[in-house]
Each structure stands twice: as C-alpha cells, then as structure tokens.
Write a protein that binds this ligand. Structure first.
Ligand SMILES: Cc1ncc(COP(=O)(O)O)c(C=O)c1O
Length: 224
C-alpha cells in the first residue's frame, strides 16, 4: 500500500515516475477538463452525477470521452484502493494530448488521462465554528464557466486576492449579479428562503449545489 500511486495513460505508477511531455496541450494551452470526486468510506460520492458533468465538459470542448462510466468506476476504485485513507479526494484530468504547438485540434492524438487520489482534508474546526469570510470581486472569468476547464488562472488570481484580504473566498460579481465563489457555489438565506444563482454558463453546476437544493426541498425549505 502506498499513498503516492497515481494513474497516467493506462498505468498505475508512483507519482515521482508519472511524467508528461512539455508539449501536452494541457501544459501549453490549458486545453483540458477535470473532475474532483470526494470518496467517503472509499466510495465515490455521486459518481453518476460527476461522470455526467465530465461528459458535458468533454462535449463542450469537443473531446471524445476515452472511457465508459463502468471503465471510469473501475479505474477510480483501483486508485482508491491504493490510498490509505477512508475518505479521499479523487482528481481526474483529461487533456487533448501531446502534439506540436498549434491552436487547431491535432488529428489522431490520444488524450492524456491523469488521475490521483489523496486523503480528504476535513474543514478546519475554526472554519466550521465561525463560518467562512468572503469579499466580493469582479468576475473576470470567461463565458463558459459551466465547463470544468483546467484553465483556472482567473480562479487562482481571485482566490489569492481574497486570501491576501484575509478572507476565505471571493464572491464573484458579473453585471451586478453574484455568480459563485472562486471554487464554490453560492447560497444565501433571505426571509427563510434559500436562494442560489440559476445554473447557466456563468457558473459551474456544482454537485454540492444540487445536493443542498435537494436537502432543502426534502426539509420543505423554500428554495429559489
Ligand atoms: C468554480 C467552482 N464552482 C463551484 C464548485 C463546487 O463544485 P462541487 O460541488 O461539484 O465540488 C467548484 C469546485 O471546485 C468550483 O471550482
């Protein structure tokens, strides 16, 4: 059992041996998509929903899904088995592969598939006690925020700006409307009603967001 086994293009291997080309389009263009799947008790949480979102992201960037849902499940379980923790965070990244640098899609190029699983970090007790703090910032991202794209530079800059202002998260504003956080969806409770921005191209359709809405509905809490 080792904690540092990762998956790369059909092989399970130690992290230190997992290498990709500097011409990988993920590195050169940020041309790829990703998923993060929490695993509780070694079982991927809402796997179907994560795989459906992955399919939508792949379709949106015109990349063929390299595996079937059963193939992904098998791969994920093999990876989870190789990590010591009961609760884990599975990371999957698929890029358009390695080709000479040219913006247009390369022909006949296999995608790069990388996955790893790490122990899931529990939220700090102080965060749970006092809640998260946030500042509002202009949403400088592109117009396809529904795609879980690996090109996260705006999100990185926005989160860093929040941290430097001693806040935990940035709440993003576009055309006067709040969209989401730099790496989280947004909810407010107003007069007993749970309010969250609608799912469209301005935000990532979070799996947690759907769960919160479902739980609210089950508890008869009005939700907009
Ligand atoms: C921009 C953004 N919005 C929302 C989320 C929450 O998504 P999920 O609940 O699927 O983790 C994330 C997660 O990383 C994110 O990066």
């Amino acid at each position: 059992m080792s904690n540092d086994t990762v998956y790369l293009n059909g092989e399970f291997l130690p992290l230190s041996e997992a290498k990709i080309s500097v011409l990988d389009r993920g590195f050169i263009f940020g041309d790829g998509v990703y998923e993060v799947i929490p695993c509780y008790g070694r079982l991927p949480f809402r796997l179907t929903e994560h795989l459906t979102r992955l399919q939508h992201s792949l379709d949106a960037i015109k990349l063929t899904n390299p595996l079937s849902p059963a193939g992904w499940k098998k791969l994920f379980l093999q990876l989870v088995e190789r990590c010591d923790a009961e609760d884990q965070s599975l990371y999957l990244q698929i890029t358009r592969g390695t080709a000479s640098r040219d913006h247009g899609f390369p022909a006949n190029t296999p995608p790069t598939i990388f996955a790893m699983s790490n122990p899931l970090k529990a939220p700090a007790p102080t965060l749970l006690e006092r809640g998260a703090s946030a500042i509002t910032l202009d949403d400088i991202r592109w117009r396809y925020c529904h795609i879980k794209a690996i090109s996260l530079l705006p999100n990185v800059l926005l989160r860093q700006q929040a941290l430097e202002a001693s806040a935990d998260e940035a709440i993003l504003l576009r055309d006067g409307e709040a969209t989401e956080g730099a790496a989280s969806n947004l909810f407010i409770v107003k007069d007993g009603t749970l309010v969250t921005p609608p799912k469209d191209n301005r935000l990532l359709p979070g799996i947690t967001r759907d769960l919160v809405v479902e739980l609210a509905q089950a508890a008869h809490i009005p939700c907009l």
